[in-house]
Design a protein. Sequence first.
Lengths: 301, 440
Amino acid sequence: MLSVKNIVKQYANHRALNDVSLEVERGKIFGLLGPNGAGKTSLIRIITQITAPDSGEVTINGQRLNVDHISQIGYLPEERGLYKKMEIGEQVMYLARLKGLSSQEATKRLKYWFEKLEMQTWWNKKVEDLSKGMQQKVQFVATVLHKPELIILDEPFSGFDPVNADIIKNEILELNKQGATFIFSTHRMESVEELCDNIALIHKSKKILDGSVTDIKSTYRNNTYWLEYDGEYDPGNATSIFDVLELKKVLGKTIIKVQLRPQQTANQVLMALLPHVAITRLDEVIPTMNDIFIDKVKNVS
Amino acid sequence: MNKILLIIEREYLSRVKKKSFIIMTLLAPIIIAGFYGLIIYFSIQGVNGTFTKIAVVNENKTLTEKLVPTKNTGYVYVNTPLTQLKSSLKKTNYDYILYIPDFKLDNPTGIQVLGSKQAGLSLSSRISDDIEELIRNQKLKQSGISQADLEKLKSSVDISVKKIGEGGTDEDSSAGASTIIAYVAGILMFMFIMLYGIQVMRGVIEEKTSRIIEVIISSVKPFQLMMGKIIGIALVGLTQFILWILLTTTISAVAVKVFVSEKDLKQNEMVQVGAKKASQVASSTSGPMAGIQKSLTNLPVGKIVVVFLFFFIGGYLFYSALYAAIGSAVDSETETQQFMMPVMMPLFLGYALSLSVVTNDPYGNIAFWLSMIPFTSPIAMMVRLPYGVPDWQLALSMGLLVVGFIGTVWVASKIYRVGILMYGKKTSLKEMVKWFTYKN
C-alpha cells in the first residue's frame, strides 16, 4: 500500500536518511525500528508530508504522495501535545474537522470513542487537568477518528500504564482487523513481537534489515537449546555433538545452554544424554527481537 | 479555504472565551473611564479645594486699584483694623489676612499673609503675582493709560492655516487638527500592532512548545495555519477594540451624567462668584478649539476613515506575519528578544519620525519615502493624509503595502515551515536559505 523508494533527506550537518526503501503491505502492522536519531521520525515526517525528501519517491496505492492523502493518514507523533487551555471535547472536534469531518459526523464518532475508552466525563475538562496518560488517550482518539487507511504511531505506548497500554494495544489490533494499515515506530521490542507483522530496522540513516518478524527470527536461530536434567553427568563428555555455552546448578538440577555442532540435531543431544540422566526440559533458544536489534545495531557501529 | 475558516474560528473563539480576555475587555474601559473620572474629579476638587477666602487689609493710599477675585482666591476688602482682625480671625470665615502696608510703588515691602495655617507655596506665589499685576496696572494708570486701553492690551491670536487647492481656491485645514488625527491614528495602530502582533507570536510559540504543531501541520499547510492565526487574532483585536470604544463611551457618558452634573453646577457657581478674568480666559481658549472643530469638519472624513482602516489592517497583517516568523524561528519567548529588536525598530522609527519630521514637513522627501516603505507607511501615511496626499501616492503606498504583506507572508511561511519543527535546535541560516528555495 505504501511504498518508499530511495529516499534521501539531507539536513545542514547530517544526512537523516540515506537511500531508504521499504514496502508496507495493506492490512499489516509494520514496525519501524531503530535506535534514537536513526532517522525514523524524519521518514515519518516525509510520509505525513510535513517535510519533503531531497530525492526519492513515496507512493500510496501507486499514487505519488499528494495533499489528498492527508485525510487518509492518521499520525500520532512522538512529540505530541494538545492546546493546554482548550477543553478536550472542543479540541478533538477541532482536530477532527481539520481532517475534513463534518461536525455532525465528528460528534457521532467522538461519542462512540469516548464511551469505548471510558472518557465521557472528560469532555469539558481542560487539558491541563488531565494526566499525561489521559492526554495520550485523547491523542490516540484524535489520530484514528477520521478512519484513516494508514495509521502512523510514533512510540504509542510511552507514558501509558500497563492497563491503558493494553487497552490501546487491543484497539490497534481491532482497527487492524477492520482493515487499517499501521506503521508503528518504537524502541520497545516486546510490543514489536506482539503486534508487528513486518519490520524495517533503520540505523545511522540506512535501512539495515527488513522482512517479516517470523522470517527474521528464524534466520537468527542458531541451533541453541536450553537443557535441564536431574542426575550427575558432565556435559563436557559430549562435545562432539554440542558446545556448552552456559552451565548452572539450581536445586539439584543442572541447566545448560548448548549450541549444536553442524549437522547435529536435538535428537542426537537427547540420545547422548538419556542413558545417564533424567531430562526435564529441552527447548530451542529463539532470539528475541530485542537480541536481534542489539546485535544488528552493535555490529554496524 | 475551509480549513483557514476553521482555524480562524478556533483562534478567535479560544481567545474570546478566555477569562483574561473577558476581564480585560470589561476592566479596561472601567479603568479608562475611572481615569477620566479621577481627572475630572480632581480638577473640580482642585478648584473647590484650593478656594481660599482672603481678607485684604489695605493701608496703602497710593494703591487705588483693587485686587480682583479669581475662581480660587476670593479677595475681600475689609475695613477692620489688622490687630482686631488678627484676634478674631477664627470667628470669621476668612482663611487668611492679606496685609498691604503703606509703601511706595517702586519699593513694595512689608506685605504679609497671615493665617492660622501657613499659606502654601502656590497660594503665596499666586498672591504675589496678583499684587505685582495690581502694581503694574496702577503704574500704567498713573502714566495716563485708560482702563479701556488696558483691556485692549490683552489679545489672543488664532492663525487659520489654509491650503491653496488646484483651482486656486482656499482649502481649510488646521495643523492642529491634522496633528491630533495623526497622533490618535498612530497610537491606535501602534497599540494594535504591539498588542495583537505579539499574540500571533505567542500563539506560534505555544503551538511549538505544547508540541501540537506536528499534529496540526500534518492536517493543514503552514500557510493556512499562519493566515488563520493572523486573521483570527486580528478579529479578536477588533472585537476588543470595538468593545472598548463602546464600553468606554457608555461608561463615561453614564459617569458624566451621574457624577459630574452637580459638580459642574458647583463649578459654574464658582465661575459666577469669580470675576470676569476667569471668563476672559475661558473665552480666549475657546477660540482655537473652535477652529480645530471647524477644520475637523472640513477634512475629508470619509476618505480618512477608509484609508485609516486600510492601513490599520494592512499594517497589522504586515507586522504580524513578521511576528509569526519570529515565533517559529525561536524556541521560547525569552529567546524572542534578539529578533524583536529588528522588527520593533522600524515601527518605533516610523512612529517617531512620523510625528516629528512628517508633521513638520508633510510634503518633503523623507515624508514621501516613509509613507511608501511598508515598514513605516501605515503610520506615516496616516500622519500625512490630513495635509493632503496626491491620489497616485496613496495608491502607490497602498499597493506597496499589499505587495509587502504578501511578500512577508511568503517569506514568513517559509521560515515558519523550517522553524516550526526545529525544537531544541538552533535554526541555521544555511538551512533557512535552503528552505526558501524548497518547492512544495
